[in-house]
Design a protein around this ligand. Structure first.
Ligand SMILES: [Fe+2]
Ligand SMILES: [Fe+2]
Length: 297
């Protein structure tokens, strides 16, 4: 049976944003996104859902008062309780409160990994959920720490022994961009090396940069997903087939006015960059490591 799941990221709910902040985000209209997300995801009947972080507008940049931050934690938690499938989350840099950069209130309503948590949300597939802010919540793009590295190597060894593919999930990017290195996890060379070394890690899923991108790196896939709070205003459906074929389909929310208003804040060229090329949204690509792990005998 294929495994169907949804990856959503960077929904950035703010209960009382005084302005929209950096384009193409529309923070003043976050409630529309929040209300449209759950039915759109449920309609796909996924086996599970993964959120790549930045559910909220805490941390730096948005200057959110503590009472509004705490309200946003409760509002998003209540909304996401309506997901029909289990939700797995990695924290983003905007999920902590603004003053102390503490994740405590967030972690009281959402289950987040303390360092690296391994779950098996569907038979025959594991997720390694990484908290890249466990050592330092002031570093916006996170740190790939020695603890994370060791934990991933252990999880990958167990997955290889059990011949179960493992997907690494973390908030920031691990693959450099051509022009702008912002948004890369500190220690990206180390995580790339570790994933290269660990044959059970079939793909790496990230958010944070609000850009769609899919790249085959060596023999594993890197899947970066754009945001919900601005153009292209959507999420990714992923279907993993028995033979290792992964189908990606990007779904925009049914919010035409919102999408147009977000588009109007930036140039068409910038919109193209956020949504990616067609193969960054919709493609069928073989995961060689899944095929290898599932090879009989
Ligand atoms: Fe974000
Ligand atoms: Fe982020």
């Amino acid at each position: 049976m294929p495994i169907r799941f949804v990856f959503i990221s960077d929904s950035h709910y703010h209960p009382a944003a005084p302005r929209d902040f950096g384009a193409p985000k529309l923070l003043t209209r976050g409630r529309e996104v929040l209300e449209a997300t759950v039915p759109a995801v449920n309609a796909l009947q996924p086996d599970f859902i993964v959120h790549g972080g930045d559910l909220l507008c805490g941390g730096g940049s948005f200057e959110i008062p503590l009472d509004q931050y705490l309200e946003s934690v409760d509002t998003v938690a209540a909304a996401y309780e309506a997901f029909d499938a289990p939700l797995h989350i990695v924290p983003g840099n905007h999920d902590c409160e603004a003053a102390e950069r503490s994740f405590t209130a967030f972690a009281e309503r959402f289950t987040i990994p303390s360092v690296l948590e391994v779950v098996e949300p569907a038979p025959g597939l594991r997720l390694a959920l990484a908290n890249v802010y466990h050592a330092n919540s002031n570093n916006g793009s996170g740190i790939w720490s020695p603890e994370l590295d060791q934990a991933l190597r252990r999880a990958a060894a167990e997955a290889l022994r059990d011949r179960v593919p493992l997907l690494l999930v973390l908030h920031p990017w691990i693959l450099p961009n051509q022009t702008d290195q912002g948004g890369l996890v500190t220690g990206h060379e180390r995580v790339l090396q570790t994933v290269s070394d660990c044959a059970a890690v079939a793909a790496v899923l990230t958010g944070h940069r609000h850009i769609n991108r899919i790249r085959l790196w060596r023999d594993f896939l890197v899947v970066d997903t754009a945001c919900l709070i601005g153009y292209p205003v959507g999420f990714r459906e992923l279907i993993l087939h028995e033979d290792g074929m992964l189908r990606s389909r990007f779904h925009q929310l049914d919010l035409p006015d919102f999408i147009q208003a977000s588009r109007d804040r930036v140039t068409p060229e910038a919109c193209d960059r956020y949504q990616g090329e067609i193969g960054d949204r919709d493609c069928d690509v073989l995961l060689p490591r899944v095929r290898e792990l599932r090879r009989p005998g």
